[in-house]
Design a protein around this ligand. Structure first.
Ligand SMILES: [Zn+2]
Length: 110
């Protein structure tokens, strides 16, 4: 539950569907973070595929090298794999909540 919660936090504040534009999650974590997500931003129009379930999976895939490096450095430790799965699940749930709320806001405004 702790790692899931961490994932929800990360998925709400760091790895969000709004990385497809220059947004708060893009800007508030520094230049390296902004640079890391630049190819992703170039490849996605705002609220396109990035704002779908596939977009969530795509972002997890985009950061997967970070997980793979961590797994390799820890010798594919089972605990690290379980922690990572909880974090990824939290990120995906937070991203789905984001997309759902975006759609609700669009429905209310238009
Ligand atoms: Zn959004």
């Amino acid at each position: 539950m702790l790692f899931y919660s961490i994932g929800v936090y990360v998925g709400t504040n760091w790895i969000t569907p709004d990385l497809d534009i220059i947004s708060t999650p893009t800007n508030k974590h520094g230049f390296i973070w902004k640079l890391f997500w630049t190819p992703y931003r170039w490849a996605h129009k705002h609220q396109g595929v990035s704002h779908t379930f596939m977009g969530s999976l795509e972002r997890v895939l985009y950061i997967s090298p970070l997980f793979l490096i961590t797994f390799a450095l820890t010798g594919w430790n089972k605990l690290v794999l379980i922690i990572s799965a909880g974090i990824v699940f939290g990120i995906i749930v937070a991203n789905i909540a984001h997309v759902t709320l975006d759609k609700i806001v669009i429905l209310i405004i238009y």
